[in-house]
Design a protein. Structure first.
Length: 430
């Protein structure tokens, strides 16, 4: 197989798959595939609800596909269209379930689907986050079952963990070094060259699929543990009556201090990947201490914020059951519409337990997605005043809010979880 003759199919056109399809579409013949027909129609019209696409690049790649049969980007939800491809890159979500265990349902369904279309000498590359060993232990058997082909004889696999940072317009796909791997030395080199052709930051060829899988799991578990330490310090400093950010500013004057900030830790990576690593460790008879203790701290921060906020309301003589509270932001991070595994919902649920009337406002989030995922009806605009306001996400738009105009009185409580607002305006910070 030569890269020049390869048609690449990207399976899943979300935050990871779409930017990948666009970049590859500038140099290869690419099929962007998604089972969601509405998503396909949206992309064909040149729109992207995730705001991750280089829309100019997408338009150019689509125009290229119309003018040259051997180059450019097409979109489809038709399984039959996949049969012309020889390289398949899987970028479907791999969340955790209600018991915080890995949910690889979509990954296995994608593997089953590809098993029905792959041919001899085809390559299936996975980018979805998994635990070490998942590709060969879970996905390959499915590919073999539905294709009737033999792994590393008739077809091959690669693993290249995604490193997309939603909402980041500086550290984009091509500017982040890419880890690659393949199921044989020859395939590893081919996969590496494939990614190297679009990643200007370069690549790192891992010695095995399992090493590449593990690298993804630990890079986010490491951040999670570091943030959990700072979050635990925030819980301690709150009892001391000192501001955590003041402490961090002071400690940060030392050259080797790691400047992590306290906060809600959700999203599709940091809030999920540690559980994948822990799952694999436990299956081997080892119960991880540091990873899971860090997760427990971070998973409880939303509840801490809600309880602290309620205490502040009580201290200002508000009747809790008749209080109206505005939560600013529902996405898992600032300036992007991604609501996956948002920990803001923990604050909202806990406030609801106190019978507090809660409104949620987020100019970036999709109203329908929020309703379907969390059962919350976002307000379209702020039209009334509130006894309390919680800044949960640091969207740039919130800096322009005139908070004094949406406070019901001078005794209204403002809680800033991101140390984002003017300090003189807030009652407490995380």
């Amino acid at each position: 197989m030569t890269l020049e003759n390869s048609e690449i199919a990207i399976i899943g056109l979300g935050y990871v798959g779409l930017p990948l399809a666009i970049e590859f579409g500038k140099k290869y013949k690419v099929l962007g595939f998604d089972i969601n027909q509405a998503r396909i129609e949206e992309l064909k019209s040149g729109k992207d609800r995730t705001n991750e696409a280089d829309l100019v690049g997408m338009k150019n790649a689509m125009e290229l596909a119309k003018s040259r049969a051997d180059l450019g980007l097409n979109f489809s939800a038709n399984l039959e269209d996949l049969r012309n491809s020889s390289v398949f890159i899987v970028t479907v979500p791999t969340p955790i379930d209600q018991f915080k265990s890995p949910d690889i349902t979509l990954l296995l369904k994608a593997s089953e689907m590809l098993g029905k279309v792959i041919k001899k000498d085809n390559i299936v590359i996975y980018e979805s986050t998994v635990y070490p060993g998942c590709t060969e232990e879970e996905c390959v058997p499915v590919l073999e079952k539905y294709s009737g082909l033999k792994y590393n004889q008739d077809f091959y696999c690669g693993y290249s963990p995604e490193r997309i940072n939603p909402g980041d317009k500086i550290n984009t796909l091509t500017k982040i070094k890419k880890v690659t791997s393949g199921s044989t030395p020859e395939i590893a080199e081919l996969v590496d060259q494939l990614y190297k052709s679009i990643i200007t930051a370069g690549t790192h060829k891992a010695p095995s699929l399992k090493v590449a899988e593990a690298s993804k799991a630990i890079e986010n578990a490491q951040r999670d543990v570091n943030i959990s330490f700072v979050n635990e310090m925030a819980l301690i400093f709150d009892r001391m009556g000192i501001d955590t950010n003041d402490v961090l500013d002071a400690a940060g004057t030392k050259w080797n201090f790691l400047k992590f900030k306290p906060g809600l830790v959700g999203g599709h990576c940091i809030g999920v990947d540690p559980y994948y690593l822990a799952h694999k460790a436990e299956s081997l008879g080892y119960h991880p201490q540091v990873i899971l203790s860090g997760r427990r701290v971070n998973d409880n921060i939303g509840i801490f914020v809600a309880h602290k906020f309620v205490k502040l309301l009580i201290a200002k003589n508000h009747l809790i059951s008749k209080s109206y509270v505005l939560v600013l932001g529902i996405t898992f991070k600032e300036d992007c519409p991604d609501i996956r595994n948002s920990k803001v919902i923990d604050i909202v649920k806990e406030l609801n337990q106190f019978n507090i009337n809660v409104d949620v406002f987020d100019p970036h989030a999709n109203e329908q997605e929020v309703k379907e995922e969390y059962g919350i009806a976002l307000i379209n605009k702020i039209t009334k005043t509130y006894h309390g306001i919680i800044l949960a996400v640091a969207h740039r738009e919130f800096l322009g809010l005139e908070l004094n105009k949406i406070k019901s009185s001078n005794s209204s409580v403002i809680f800033d979880t991101k140390a984002f607002l003017d300090r003189d305006l807030v009652d407490s910070r995380l």
